[in-house]
Design a protein. Structure first.
Length: 481
């Protein structure tokens, strides 16, 4: 499913740089320009240009409170006898002489950087307009001038965004950057990533259904990118479309490229799976596998919290004998039986989607639960059945067995447990869970009985030699009074 409203909310609330920080950035940029204009820096100024993610409108909110970067080009005329390094060094000294920036400035190979503590960094890069017939940036490390085409490159990306329609290219680029930064599973600079994505969009895409909404555009772009990467078993060149000598992939190592290629292939599979899934809760869970728990976070929490209210309301309208019922879900099950639970009850949008691939096997897996007074107790009280009313304060030991009752050998198999709580009591303690949990040494899992409601425990059997799922149990429904 494509969930257009959820994607819009996710972009607005989590991915996009918020408007307050954008305005603050613009204020800082103007102050930097004024500082350079009034400084003793010798070059004649010919103008300014936003560059990079800021100019391309693909900048995202930094994750985990990190700083974000913005790039600013200052166009200047050549100063006789100045080398490439001199432009950077003298601009650095000009900022050092300014009381506002003297403790915020650093220099690197191509720019001077102004750092604002725990907020942002602004890179100011000199670009010569008249030393030769081409625009040139300054490489302080090699003390050489390097040809560049920032204006045409930015215009190229603007065209690509126009071809995709609905601002799709920019939205997709932001989402891919978010995945890169939040997951930290692959290395790819922003300019390299943006260029790769730009190359796979053409004027033929104008008005295409392949870019009908954000999720569809994301599916299209990842599919095309994966197809292109699979053609290249070794690192390809990724050149500036207006400057063939500029290869954005130069800094990539071969290992980094191979990892990027593999990760994009995996994400393509996950995105296709989430997009094609027709069950709403399952689809949301699969999109959360791609983007993490911030995607549809509010929707997922509300779903878990309101389980009892939603189902009891349904019971009142579907069961004639329940029209006057006033209890909660636990009361409803005790009175009317398991029929009040729909099959969809076992699927929740906040459940973590499996990251392991399936093996093609489908071994039958059954969950058994033993009641204990204490964790790791040697004497069980009894074996319990699904939806058997249980008092809080006890412990359950869960075991995964085959259809013949045999356990899975820990030397060959690992049993990962997905434990999902529901209803208001668990939600109020921020304990809806839904993630995968590691087993004990014997592949069992101990859980305490805490929150009133109906909760779900599932066993996923992973074959160790290839890390693939060979079997999954039905959900064992635990009911706590």
């Amino acid at each position: 499913m494509n969930h257009p409203s959820l994607f819009n909310d996710f972009l607005r609330d989590t991915v996009n740089l918020n408007e307050t920080r954008v305005k603050d950035l613009e204020t800082s940029i103007e102050a930097i320009k004024e500082a350079v204009r009034t400084s003793d820096w010798k070059p004649h100024l010919n103008g300014w240009m936003a560059h990079g993610s800021w100019a391309h409108k693909t900048i995202i909110k930094p994750v985990d409170g990190r700083e974000f970067d913005a790039d600013l080009i200052v166009f200047v005329e050549h100063v006789d006898d100045w080398s490439a390094a001199t432009y950077i060094d003298e601009l650095y000294q000009a900022f050092r002489a300014n009381a506002t920036y003297k403790d915020k400035v650093n220099r690197s190979s191509h720019c001077v950087t102004i750092s604002y503590a725990n907020d942002k960094k602004i890179d100011v890069a000199p670009c010569l307009t008249n030393r030769t017939n081409a625009l040139e940036v300054c490489n302080r490390s090699t003390d050489r001038f390097e040809q560049t085409e920032p204006k045409q490159y930015t215009e190229w990306l603007v065209k690509k965004n126009g071809y995709s329609g609905n601002n799709s290219f920019r939205k997709v680029t932001r989402l891919v950057k978010y995945v890169r930064d939040i997951k930290e599973r692959f290395t790819c600079s922003s300019v390299l990533l943006t260029t790769l994505l730009g190359y796979i969009i053409s004027d033929d895409d104008q008005g295409s259904a392949a870019f009908a909404d954000t999720a569809t555009a994301l599916k299209t772009v990842f599919g095309r990118l994966d197809d292109e990467l699979q053609k290249h078993t070794t690192k390809p060149k990724v050149t500036n479309p207006f400057l063939q000598s500029e290869d954005f992939a130069t800094a990539w190592t071969e290992d980094q490229y191979q990892n990027f290629r593999d990760r994009i292939h995996t994400y393509r599979e996950w995105i296709d799976d989430a997009y094609n899934e027709q069950d709403r809760s399952e689809s949301i869970a699969k999109w959360r596998r791609v983007f993490g728990d911030e995607f549809a976070k509010g929707v997922a929490i509300e779903e878990g919290k309101s389980v009892s209210k939603a189902l009891v309301a349904s019971v009142r309208t579907t069961l004639a004998e329940a029209s006057q019922f006033t209890g909660d879900l636990v009361d409803a099950i005790k009175r009317f039986g398991a029929r009040v639970l729909p099959a969809s009850f076992d699927r929740k949008s906040y459940m973590e989607a499996p990251k392991w691939k399936t093996s093609g096997q489908n071994i039958s897996v059954i969950v058994r639960a033993d009641l204990h007074r204490n964790q790791y107790g040697t004497q069980k009280v009894r074996e319990v059945q699904a939806l058997e009313p249980l008092e809080p304060g006890y412990w359950l030991q869960f075991k995964a067995v085959t259809s013949t009752g045999l356990p899975f050998d820990p030397s060959d198999y690992k049993v990962m447990w997905r434990v999902t709580n529901t209803d208001e009591a668990a939600a109020s303690h921020n304990e809806l869970r839904g993630n995968f949990e590691k087993p004990e040494s014997d592949n069992s899992r101990w859980e305490s009985l805490k929150y009133r409601g109906v909760h779900l425990v599932e066993a996923f059997v992973i074959r160790k030699r290839d890390d693939r799922i060979v079997g999954k149990s039905p959900a064992f429904r635990v009911m706590i009074e």
